[in-house]
Design a protein around this ligand. Structure first.
Ligand code: UGA
Length: 448
């Protein structure tokens, strides 16, 4: 099929490359000529495992092209996917759908053949219906433009895998024929037996919001118990394992630590609360403000642990290991790791941040922090080390190797990835979020 993808940010670039991998002819469109030039040259403006290879392969084969021209895609494609952003409005919790509206208007004005627009952006419930009306107002009567809503569930770090083999495909439509078109796009997924659910616009929009709200709630649930295990002296990792082995609960998204960040979960739970309020159902989503409160308290707790280990932060040298909001990503949007580093800096500490991939993005956002090019540079002579993002490089840290670089031997494991007794046995002052400093049992649960 001939497919366009409007918006070539994280979601759009991944979607475009994966559609080419599935055998379609694809054009990615963005209004930013610099982004388009770099993608057309096979260069990804962000880090995502496996995506650069896919991009290069399909740019080289000619199956994937890029443009800034709506006229070009409007005259050419059968299906137009919308992958533009819906950022949080300045000073408000609600999502700004202006980019989605602008993209649909531009498509409506330039499409010259029957086509289907398929929204993938995460939007407040009711947006698709509004876009449907917008389309009717702009539509040329000689062409038929359909609309479908097909929310995206990809995770950064697993974007290619999640796009090519999603857990499910949801499509919201007001005409069953449009669902068949979307099914044809994802014929390969159908062959793999991936569930394909057809529903109305509103349910499709809400499934996505509900999924992110549930994931955020699950993380804050385990982090709320961290506060209790910290108070009474239990081990949150073992508690999570004991909980997750109940098949009804499951082990995923029960990794206690510094909590959630990134461009999606925090923004989406705020947008959901804002939308519920608009609909007169503020109370239905009010629990999400507690979910966010618990999430932010984890950062305060990490700073508290650092302060209690050092006594006074002013003038102390602190190595902040990790800046990305999660491993295998260079994304620092709403990153708990970077937020903790900034809080320590603001309290007077001399902070050296080291992240295997996100230093550049972090230093752009917070140039006032210090940045180290290697782990060894960051920890050399540090009074305290904090593990803030669970990169493999940090999970495998050795207390003896590190101790040779930092005689102070103080560490906070804010992501619960280190084995406490190995550190205490090597003479380290060890603290973690949700675990005793020197636990009696230090059982390492299977990674979830
Ligand atoms: C999230 C969802 O997982 C995707 O399904 C969704 O498509 C995407 O948002 C989106 O809306 O676009 P992502 O933002 O890539 O994906 O990140 P997650 O893997 O969900 O992690 C979010 C945060 O939760 C990270 O900061 C991570 O460190 C934290 N987390 C995750 C925990 O603290 N504990 C866990 O057990 C799991």
């Amino acid at each position: 099929m001939k497919i366009s993808v409007i918006g070539t940010g994280y979601l759009g670039a991944t979607h475009a490359a994966c559609l080419a991998e599935l055998g379609h002819e694809v054009i990615g469109l963005d209004t930013d000529p610099l982004k388009i030039a770099s993608l057309a040259a096979g260069e990804l403006p962000f880090f995502e495992p496996g995506l650069a290879e896919l991009l290069n392969r399909h740019v080289a084969s000619g199956r994937l092209r890029f443009t800034t021209s709506y006229e070009e895609v409007g005259a050419w494609a059968d299906v137009h996917f919308l992958g533009v952003g819906t950022p949080q409005r300045q000073g408000e919790g609600s999502a700004d759908t202006a980019f989605v509206e602008a993209a649909v208007t531009s498509l409506a004005e330039t499409i010259t053949r029957d086509a289907l627009i398929v929204g993938k952006s995460t939007v407040p419930v009711g947006t698709a219906q509004r876009l449907r009306e917008l389309l009717v107002r702009h539509e040329d009567p000689s062409v038929r433009i359909g609309l479908a809503w097909n929310p995206e569930f990809l995770r950064e770090g697993f974007a290619v895998q999640d796009t090519l083999r999603p857990d499910r495909i949801i499509v919201g439509v007001d005409d069953a024929a449009h669902a068949e078109t979307v099914k044809a796009v994802y014929a390969a997924a159908d062959e793999l037996g991936i569930p394909f659910i057809v529903t109305d616009f509103e349910t499709a929009e809400l499934v996505k919001m509900a999924a992110n709200a549930f994931l955020a709630t699950k993380i804050s649930f385990i982090n709320a118990f961290s506060e209790i295990t910290e108070a009474v002296g239990g081990d949150i990792r073992t508690l999570a394992e004991g909980l997750g082995l109940d098949e009804r609960i499951g082990p995923k998204f029960l990794r206690a630590g510094l909590g959630f960040g990134g461009g999606c979960l925090p923004k989406d739970i705020r947008a959901l609360q804002a939308r519920a309020s608009e609909l007169g159902h503020e109370r239905s989503m009010r629990f999400l403000s507690e979910v966010e409160g618990i999430n932010l308290r984890r950062r305060e707790r990490a700073v508290f642990l650092a302060t209690s280990m050092l006594g006074e932060l002013r003038g102390k040298r602190i190595a902040a290991l990790g800046a990305a909001f999660k491993p295998d990503s260079d994304d620092v949007r709403d990153s708990p790791a970077l937020d903790v580093a900034v809080r320590l800096f603001d309290a007077g500490a001399d902070v050296a941040v080291y992240d295997p991939k996100a230093n550049a993005n972090a230093s752009q956002r917070f140039p006032r922090l210090g940045y180290a090019d290697s782990l060894a540079d960051a920890v050399m002579g540090a009074d305290l080390i904090l593990v803030l993002t669970e990169w493999d490089e940090f999970k495998s840290l050795s207390p003896d190797m590190l101790g040779a670089l930092t005689p102070a031997r103080k560490i906070v494991d804010a992501r619960n990835v280190l084995v406490a007794h190995q550190w205490t046995a090597a003479g380290w002052d060890f603290a973690a979020l949700g675990r005793k400093h020197a636990p009696v049992f230090d059982h390492v649960p299977v990674d979830a």
